[in-house]
Design a protein around this ligand. Structure first.
Ligand SMILES: *[C@@H]1O[C@H](CO)[C@@H](O)[C@H](O)[C@H]1NC(C)=O
Ligand SMILES: *[C@@H]1O[C@H](CO)[C@@H](O)[C@H](O)[C@H]1NC(C)=O
Ligand SMILES: *[C@@H]1O[C@H](CO)[C@@H](O)[C@H](O)[C@H]1NC(C)=O
Ligand SMILES: *[C@@H]1O[C@H](CO)[C@@H](O)[C@H](O)[C@H]1NC(C)=O
Length: 320
């Protein structure tokens, strides 16, 4: 059985127990049982969970100077407080168990789409990932796929402007059917084509309002994430509008609005930030060709952080 060749840490223990629970309780737990079994709130460990949320981004890239052009490898830091959280890079078998019968939605711009592709890579066979990548390349469109083996639905909603996100939330509410995980992120298009930071602010606040009462009849609240903008390497952008309008200074101004909108968990909001800016900056300029879209490893890490957050976090109830 799959559990045998895994190392004996706590999380694997949970996976093994879960595997058994699932095998036995098929009919009792029909939908996304994995994540909700994992995240049953436990008052005693609340502080422990809280501090681990803060350590989720404590990663290091490992340089392999002998190998030019290789993908960087990475791990969580080995320091004591981080190690205590027992974060785990989920391999495919783990991910399949965890995401069994789940519905995951990514909504946003091309950055968010790269996040979706990283998750797809974790649950799907390489050939289908290759086809999806080819299909989506430079295409401004929605994408939806169903992973038959685990009956998982994975959607990407092309919402390059933040102001298009609240409507999506309202659609979920109207249908009274919510994804188990929603990852949202947009800002670069707002910077590039709208060029009005107060408008961006207004859209963010409207998004926050749209997240009120986002829970289904059976009381489940989706796990919500914010896919932050990457570090902009201005000198690598194509000259012209892009280079004029996408600068680090401006990204910081826009990002500041995200902080101010109280969307993020850290500021009392419902979304946990996946800090692409930090992860991309840490990877460095050599991890991007066009100054905006980074190597897969950056988005792979974001997805691993997201999954680990889901494992340690009870469903994040919006505090309204
Ligand atoms: C997914 O869930 C179904 C039903 O609960 C179970 O039979 C199946 O083994 C699970 N698959 C994985 C990969 O965990
Ligand atoms: C880019 O920024 C400049 C200067 O802020 C602005 O005049 C221009 O309208 C922007 N371009 C677009 C497409 O918004
Ligand atoms: C920017 O947006 C604000 C609020 O949405 C609006 O009042 C203002 O007129 C806009 N500024 C420009 C230059 O369009
Ligand atoms: C937003 O908040 C985070 C976390 O407190 C902080 O690290 C970051 O610098 C803030 N961003 C801006 C643009 O102020």
């Amino acid at each position: 059985m799959a559990c045998w060749h895994m190392s004996l840490n706590k999380m694997v223990f949970f996976f093994c127990v879960l595997f058994i629970i699932l095998s036995v309780g098929v009919h009792l737990t029909p939908y996304f049982s994995s994540i909700y079994t994992f995240s049953s709130p436990n008052g005693a460990s609340f502080n422990y969970r809280n501090s681990c949320i803060d350590f989720l981004h404590s990663i290091v890239y490992k340089k392999r100077p002998e190998c030019v052009g290789c993908t960087k490898s990475w791990s969580w830091m080995q320091s004591r407080p981080v190690a205590k959280c027992e974060f785990k890079k989920l391999e495919k078998p783990d991910a399949l168990v965890m995401l069994n019968r789940s519905w995951v939605v990514f909504a946003g711009d091309s950055q968010t789409r790269l996040g979706m592709l990283s998750l797809l890579k974790l649950v799907e066979v390489p050939e289908r990932v290759r086809i999806a990548k080819k299909h989506l390349k430079k295409l401004h469109t929605d994408y939806s796929t169903y992973i038959d083996s685990i009956r998982m639905k994975l959607d990407f909603k092309w919402k390059p402007y933040v102001r298009r996100l609240p409507k999506l939330m309202l659609e979920f509410k109207k249908n009274e059917k919510y994804p188990d995980i929603i990852v949202m992120g947009a800002g670069l298009w707002d910077m590039l084509y709208e060029n009005n930071v107060s408008d961006y602010d207004v859209s963010l606040r409207s998004l926050r309002n749209s997240l009120q009462d986002l829970d289904s009849k059976d009381g489940k609240v989706p796990h919500l994430f914010w896919f932050a903008m990457p570090t902009v390497i201005n000198s690598k952008l194509t000259p012209g509008e892009k280079r004029d309008n996408l600068t680090e200074q401006r990204r910081i101004r826009y990002d500041n609005k995200v902080n101010g909108s109280k969307l993020l968990n850290k500021f009392g909001g419902p979304l946990l930030k996946l800090d692409i800016q930090y992860l991309s900056e840490l990877c460095g300029p050599q991890c991007t060709k066009d100054g905006l879209h980074y190597d897969e490893v950056v988005y792979d890490i974001a997805v691993q952080i997201m999954l680990n957050a889901v494992l340690i976090e009870p469903t994040q109830k919006p505090p309204f």
